[in-house]
Design a protein around this ligand. Structure first.
Ligand code: HEC
Length: 443
């Protein structure tokens, strides 16, 4: 019965009906003729027929021509309805004989009705044009504040020496970035690489050109809105991620990229100016977040203030204290504290100064006999009496900080000299900048 049948000629349903009929016929004949000995033969034949049917079943379901997968006996056997919903589909019959809906143009599914929006959709108003890209600079990452706060807390806790507090604060920061890290690893790392340098797996395989490193100067200076815009619309060779990542997820991935960038700048600074990367990471983060305040070219460049984004950026220079990593300055020697910053016209010590002052704290810790005089100096602008007072207050602010870091007060004095001890020419800006300074002298 089955010999010579091709899979195209009969459906399995036909085959099964035929088997049933054949068995019935034989049993009927046997019953009538009373030939009981034929029973085992019939059973054998049925088994043969059944296995042939199964083979046919396999063939009909695998009658693939490359584009058409054949008959489907189970839901989603060959065609997942979840994927490629807008592609053309041939007529398909499901396992229980239902015909899958095929709409106009052979589509199994339609795009959403025009002017309707999916759940959770948030509109993005900027168009994929150079003007839209320019305007995107004004967009702000809603997670910036939280990221800066968590990072600052984590670094402060690490410095506090309280291990439990440090661990908790670090994991709070890590948790904040955990989902973003996963999204980045899923969607971005194949090209941009886990470390952000652009040597991802498909780039290494040669299938794709290298996207530039996130640490190139112009990438460090990208506005977050521009990143968001490029993730939404795609950028040249990079596709759009607007359907994979929600708006919130995109902003968080940007926070994650900013973290990598801050880590990179902080490491470069620690190498150039001494100290640990953690000493610089706060400022590095806020510098890249406010992309326009990061000055490329130098490892540190200008960094915006972490505490108060309205403050002017500060510029770090090489610390004179780095020369004393294994030695101590001699009695009578005067050393400039190059990276001590005050708010303009006031004696509020800026937090950026802690990096430099912590080096002095550690020097005092190592040289137990050393006593110092902290001194403040101004340029000649303004009233000499006011300058004297300001310089005294600034010296005192430094003294107070050192004292708060457990440098014994009996080993320190502070003094303001106003404009009386210039080291530069007060008629030029560069000279004045030199004169506004904080120093210490070994007594
Ligand atoms: C298939 C490879 C590929 C993947 C995957 C990819 N990118 Fe890119 N990306 C690129 C390339 C190439 C460029 C450079 C585009 C240009 O400037 O011409 C780029 C550029 C960028 C830029 C700079 C955009 C600008 O405005 O200059 C950012 C930011 C970025 N990608 C972020 C991401 C993020 C986030 C993801 C994951 C959600 C991602 N990319 C996934 C290839 C990729």
């Amino acid at each position: 019965m089955i010999t010579g049948m091709t899979t195209d000629m009969a459906t399995t349903k036909d085959i099964l009906i035929r088997i049933e009929q054949d068995v019935d016929d034989q049993l009927f004949r046997q019953k009538n003729s009373g030939q009981k000995e034929n029973q085992s033969m019939i059973r054998f034949q049925s088994i043969l027929l059944l296995s042939a049917a199964i083979t046919a079943l396999i063939f009909t379901s695998c009658g693939a021509d490359g584009n058409y997968t054949g008959r489907e006996y189970m839901p989603d056997m060959a065609h997942s309805q979840a994927f490629e919903p807008y592609h053309e589909a041939r007529k398909m019959t499901s396992f229980n004989g239902d015909t899958l809906p095929i709409f106009n143009g052979n589509h199994t599914h339609f795009k959403p009705v025009a002017n309707t929006v999916p759940r959770g959709y948030m509109p993005y108003h900027l168009t994929d044009t150079p003007e839209g890209y320019e305007q995107s600079k004004a967009l702000r990452n809603p997670y910036n504040g939280e990221q800066e706060r968590l990072l600052a807390a984590s670094i402060a806790a690490a410095k506090s020496g309280n291990k439990e507090k440090a661990k908790a604060a670090k994991s709070a920061y890590d948790n904040f970035l955990a989902d973003a890290k996963e999204d980045y690893t899923t969607y971005c790392a194949v090209c941009h690489a886990g470390n952000g340098k652009g040597e991802g797996s498909i780039v290494k395989s040669g299938a794709y050109p290298t996207p530039r490193s996130y640490f190139d100067d112009d990438r460090l200076q990208l506005f977050e809105g521009q990143m968001f815009h490029s993730m939404h619309h795609g950028k040249n060779l990079m596709g759009s991620y607007s359907s994979q990542l929600s708006k919130e997820e995109r902003w968080k991935v940007i926070s994650y990229i900013r973290d990598m960038q801050a880590e990179h700048i902080a490491a470069a600074n620690a190498k150039e100016f001494g100290g640990k990367p953690a000493d610089y990471k706060n400022q590095a983060l806020s510098a890249v977040i406010n992309a326009n305040t990061y000055t490329p070219g130098q490892p540190l460049g200008k960094l915006a203030s972490l505490v108060d984004p309205n403050l002017e950026a500060v510029t770090f220079t090489k610390s004179a204290l780095d020369a004393f990593a294994d030695s101590a300055p001699k009695k009578g020697e005067t050393i400039a504290l190059n990276n001590v910053f005050f708010k303009s016209g006031s004696f509020d010590l800026r937090t950026e100064s802690y990096i430099e002052l912590d080096k002095l704290v550690s020097l005092m810790g190592r040289s137990k006999d050393m006593k110092i005089e902290v001194s403040g100096h101004t340029d000649s602008d303004g009233n000499p009496a006011a300058n004297l007072k300001l310089s005294q207050n600034r010296a005192k602010a430094v003294y107070n900080y050192l004292s708060s870091q457990k440098v014994p007060q009996e080993r320190m004095i502070f003094k303001g000299y106003g404009e009386t001890k210039p080291v530069g020419d007060n008629s030029t800006d560069a000279g004045k900048a030199k004169n506004r300074r904080t120093e210490f002298k070994v007594l």
